[in-house]
Write a protein that binds this ligand. Structure first.
Ligand code: ADP
Length: 325
């Protein structure tokens, strides 16, 4: 009921009378009073005025299943929300849950990720209470070869979510780093369990620096956070909800063609590498060229002095010639 009370209080800027809440949920005044007190204990500032009722004054930046459910607007993404204050990694947790049979669309969220991962075993830092660490669990009927394109769909959803929530225009460093002012604000890691021609499940992990203002020395020059770019505090749950809304819509578009045809133009408009010189860190043979945008399969087109090459994501990273972008 706490979720529904929160949602009811948010429907108006004014007061909601205790009587209305009782009638709406078919419970006693005392039950409402108790639920309101529990909400206050979890950090919500709720004002109670005699003869007028309850009013929500401020929502703290707490992550919880109740908070996420009370603001949820999506159709299927987040139909099940698994929140725990501490997890090893949201992708690892989602993979375990997938084996146990949790449904398509499950959203896994934590406040403190002990051992977040980037690609190729690299570490992703998630300081407690200061970041978003979440994973979407999907069970799409697509061929395994097409799964990596979902990373690009997720990057677009993050950029659009940030823009909707803050007005900040973020960019994308191919394939999936979201950057602001040429610094990384978000990393995305897609992992999959599949047979040769069949996907069991896919997990898409998204890590966003929200309130973080100090980074380890190794990457402090190439990392930033939303708060420092925005100059104000951002509410993590609200941003999660926005990103989920965009991802859900984009995912449905992606499934129609199982490629990125519908996204190429918009993705390229966010691509910070577009028409820039890049160094492609191909483990077999690194090379340099000018990035020309992505194909409908999400590969990066790179013109070298002798030919045009198609770079697939996965094992490859791209850097600017003189720095991270
Ligand atoms: P790449 O940029 O090569 O694709 P990954 O997506 O695998 O890298 O991300 C891992 C890298 O990101 C780490 O090696 C580290 O340099 C950097 N990193 C780790 N945590 C953070 C963070 N919270 N914010 C920004 N960058 C980070």
């Amino acid at each position: 009921m706490k979720v529904e009370i929160l949602a009811a209080l948010r429907e108006t800027d004014g007061y909601v009378s205790g009587q209305d809440l009782c009638e709406k949920f078919g419970v006693s005044r005392t039950a409402i009073w108790k639920a309101i007190n529990q909400l206050k204990l979890s950090g919500y500032e709720i004002e109670a005025v005699q003869n007028r009722g309850y009013r929500i004054v401020s929502t703290p930046d707490i992550l919880s299943e109740n908070e996420l459910r009370s603001i949820r607007k999506t159709k299927w993404l987040g139909n099940k929300i698994i929140y725990e204050p501490v997890m090893v990694s949201t992708n690892t947790k989602a993979m375990q849950l997938a084996e146990e049979g949790v449904p398509h669309g499950t959203l896994v969220v934590t406040d403190k990720q002990m051992s977040g991962r980037g690609r190729r075993g690299r570490k992703w830092e998630t300081p407690a209470g200061l970041a978003i660490a979440m994973t979407f669990l999907l069970r799409p009927d697509i061929i395994p070869n097409n799964a990596s394109m979902l990373t690009i769909v997720a990057a677009m959803a993050v950029v659009k979510g940030i823009e909707a929530e803050t007005g900040l225009r973020a960019g994308i460093k191919w394939p999936n780093d979201v950057v602001i002012n040429r610094k990384k604000v978000c990393g995305i890691l897609t992992e999959m369990s599949a047979q040769s021609d069949y996907v069991n499940h896919i997990v898409i992990g998204i890590g966003i620096n929200v309130h973080v203002n100090e980074f380890p020395e190794e990457f402090q020059d190439m990392a930033t956070s939303l708060d420092s770019e925005y100059g104000k505090k951002i509410n993590r749950s609200a941003l999660i909800e926005r990103i989920c809304e965009f991802f859900e819509d984009y995912y449905e578009v992606f499934l129609q063609t199982e490629d990125l045809a519908a996204f190429v133009k918009e993705y390229n408009s966010y691509l910070v590498n577009l028409n820039q010189s890049v160094r492609v860190l191909d483990p077999k043979e690194p090379f340099e060229g000018k990035a020309r945008g992505i194909t409908a399969r999400g590969e990066l087109l790179v013109d070298t002095w002798e030919s045009r090459r198609l770079v697939s994501s996965g094992e490859v990273s791209v850097r600017g010639l003189y720095g991270y972008v």
